[in-house]
Design a protein around this ligand. Structure first.
Ligand code: PLP
Length: 461
């Protein structure tokens, strides 16, 4: 009789106890290490510093993309250790921060230190970080524009501070009036608020205004006199459509004011979400923090490092936005053509929509200057206020809901951004395709007429 196998695969004659059958020969003993191992020779066809992916070495890639695109990809890959899949420095990969610094320097004409840059997943985490740093107790207050993009009110609430409102002046194209700012600050101080910072959104959301240089100088001087940190939300910096309006960064304004302003503290925030690139889902952003101490920069770094790093794809996008193809590079003509085409189209859509709104009964709209929105004002028949009051809603809530239901157009009620008491607004974007704008205008007008007629018929009482 052949010997019984003790288990499947066991060698004939092997017992079920003791040594299992080893199907492979034992690896040879490693020699004891004496000194460092000899250096590995570099792969023959690639420079030794570069790791995979090798896609860039594929000759088809060089045929498909302009040479500067391939070079840029190589630069970023090399600077990121040969892969975009690793954690980076918590402030963002140095190679990419250097690109952003170059872009800021080209924009402003002043140096930018990479150690003052913090790359984030969109501009939203910048706002969180700044407000988290500034708010210690409920008495710490932040001067915030009304109307405002509600990220600010939400974060101030989240971190337990106080929102000190200042109203943008609709009558002067949503301008920022420093005398009013001063009054709001004084009132807040009398109420016992410790106002620590001023938020400026330029160009504005939802109001779309682009501040003049003179106004920005006034704002910086006001902050210095009143010892306020300036939080400059500049995510719409490339979205300016009105001839004569130019975006100037607050960084440039502060530096233009000279050495007296060396210690002026400014957080300026930027994003890949807006502009003509509009890559909002890719979550790229950064903040530049100037006029503060190394200790504070180290604190910000420490807090951001809790999240390890922002996503690397977003970092790459942010670097590309700030340092796009330069004149003379092979990809520049196509880049410039797409940029100018998109911005030109956005400008035409903005002006067309604003003009059409101003033609509608009960609607007035400031000229668009920048950003992606219009914030028209509505004068309603009294019954709109009455019916809205019955369901504890704003009159523009009724307007926006019925507009959505009847015409499929989505707008945001002004109340969500804040507005002067007794006024009613809504925010509309001019992002629909240019070919669809006429249809949008036709539907808006049809709705506005029917809405007003319906509520006018309900009488004044
Ligand atoms: C004024 C303003 N700041 C910040 C943000 C946040 O943008 P991000 O997508 O970069 O987080 C937005 C988004 O709409 C915005 O309008």
């Amino acid at each position: 009789m052949p010997p019984r196998r003790s288990r499947v695969g066991a060698a004939p004659g092997a017992s079920s106890v003791g040594h299992a059958w080893a199907p492979f020969p034992r690896p040879p003993e490693r020699p004891a290490l004496r000194g460092p191992p000899p250096p590995r020779p570099p792969p023959p066809d690639r420079p030794p510093s570069r790791a995979p992916p090798q896609l860039l070495d594929n000759p088809d890639v060089a045929k498909a993309f302009p040479s500067d695109v391939v070079e840029r990809a190589r630069l970023y890959l090399d600077g990121m250790g040969g892969t975009t899949g690793c954690y980076t420095h918590s402030q963002g990969a140095l190679v990419l921060r250097k690109e952003i610094a170059k872009g800021i320097e080209a924009r402003d004409g002043y140096p930018c230190d990479v150690n003052t840059l913090f790359m984030t997943d969109g501009a939203t985490p910048c706002v969180h970080s700044a407000l988290k740093l500034l708010i210690r107790t409920k008495y710490d207050a932040i001067l915030t524009p009304i109307p405002q993009y509600p990220l600010y009110s939400a974060c101030i609430e989240l971190y337990g501070g106080t929102l000190t409102p200042y109203y943008l002046n609709e009558g002067s194209g949503w301008g920022l009036d420093c005398a009013h700012l001063k009054k709001q600050l004084q009132d807040a101080r009398e109420r016992g608020e410790n106002v620590r910072a001023l938020v400026v959104i330029n160009p504005g959301n939802p109001t779309g205004q682009c501040l003049s240089y003179e106004n920005q100088v006034e704002i910086v001087k006001f902050c210095r006199e009143e010892n306020l940190v300036l939080l400059a939300d500049e995510v719409y910096q490339t979205n300016v459509y009105r001839s004569g309006c130019v975006f100037t960064s607050f960084k440039k304004v502060v530096r233009d004011l000279g050495d007296d302003y060396k210690t002026f503290t400014l957080f300026s925030m930027m994003s890949t979400s807006k502009g003509f690139y509009g890559e909002c889902g890719r979550r790229g952003g950064y903040m530049e923090v100037i006029g503060t101490t190394k200790k504070l920069l180290a604190e910000i770094y420490k807090v951001l490092s809790i999240g390890l790093c922002s996503n690397t794809g977003g970092q790459i996008n942010m670097a590309l936005v700030m340092n796009p193809p330069r004149e003379g590079e092979p990809s520049h003509p196509l880049y410039a053509q797409e940029r100018d085409g998109l911005l030109g189209s956005l400008g035409r859509r903005a002006h067309k929509l604003a003009a059409a709104l101003n033609e509608m009964d009960g609607v007035t709209c400031n000229d668009p200057e920048g950003a992606m929105y219009l914030f028209p004002r509505l004068e309603h028949p009294p019954a709109v206020w009455r019916e809205a009051g019955k369901i504890d809603r704003s009159p523009e809530f009724l307007y926006c809901m019925e507009l959505l239901e009847q015409e499929g157009i989505v707008c945001v009620p002004g109340k969500g951004f804040g507005q002067e008491p007794g006024t009613s607004h809504f925010r509309i974007t001019f992002l629909p395709d240019e070919k669809d704008i006429d249809e949008v205008i036709m539907r808006l007008k049809r709705f506005n007429d029917s809405f007003r007629a319906k509520y006018a018929a309900m009488g004044d009482e």
